[in-house]
Design a protein around this ligand. Structure first.
Ligand SMILES: [Ca+2]
Ligand SMILES: [Ca+2]
Ligand SMILES: [Ca+2]
Length: 222
């Protein structure tokens, strides 16, 4: 049997009221711009005075200046906008720290009034994007009169949606003289006719053809 000895100890907990945590959430499609969320503030100053009007600023989380925030003069809300399109494959989430303060506090010589911060969590939604050719344009030099079926070039395209499993297919969009064909899977371009430097479709020794690379999403993107 053990004897336990107790000493009374007074534990004084100092309970701190957290400064009000104001959080907002928004969702935005990659590649788009515009207002994504309106931040509301609760200010008991007299409306329509400078002390009531809020001034918002982004103080953290926006290294690329992708966002802007402006005060809605009608309701004092902070309108947070995307001004540079976001890229889901690069960053899926953004966390912005917004400071809000009253307009009067910004007047030089006036002591800064109370300010508070809000956190905005933004999730970026994936959008299907079309494959991108590289290089674009692709320059190739060939002799005229080479036999039909001659190899011309391999098209190279990559799909930005690397987190999705998508395959690319190639096709001819514009081939004014009907000289070229492309393997839809491999992207290899061959002649189907006889190249002619004196053709009306050749300008300054150059013949231009356009190809499409499309993915296999249920709504294919070009
Ligand atoms: Ca993207
Ligand atoms: Ca995407
Ligand atoms: Ca795609």
């Amino acid at each position: 049997m053990c004897d336990y000895h107790f000493h009374n100890a007074a534990v004084i907990l100092k309970v701190l009221f957290p400064t009000k945590c104001v959080c907002f959430q928004a969702s935005v499609d990659e590649g788009s711009t515009g207002v994504v969320v309106n931040l509301t503030v609760d200010d008991r100053d007299d409306p329509a005075t400078g002390a009531w009007r809020s001034v918002y600023s982004i103080i953290n989380g926006d290294p690329n200046q992708s966002f802007e925030i402006h005060t809605n003069p009608d309701n004092n809300e902070g309108m947070l906008s995307v001004v540079k399109p976001l890229d889901y494959e690069n960053t899926m989430f953004h966390t912005l720290l917004i400071k809000v303060e009253n307009e009067d506090s910004l007047v030089p010589g006036v002591v800064y009034g109370p300010s508070s911060t809000a956190t905005v969590y933004i999730s970026v939604q994936d959008v299907n994007e079309g494959p991108v050719f590289f290089p674009d344009p692709l320059m190739v030099t060939k002799w005229e009169n080479i036999p039909a079926g001659s190899f011309v070039a391999i098209l190279n395209a990559t799909d930005p949606d690397y987190l999705q499993v998508q395959s690319i297919r190639f096709s001819v969009l514009r081939d004014p003289a009907g000289w070229l064909s492309v393997n839809p899977v491999k992207g290899s371009v061959n002649t189907t006719g006889t190249l002619d430097r004196e053709s009306p479709h050749v300008h300054n020794n150059r013949y231009s053809a356009l190809f499409i690379a499309s993915d296999n999403d249920y709504v294919p993107s070009l």
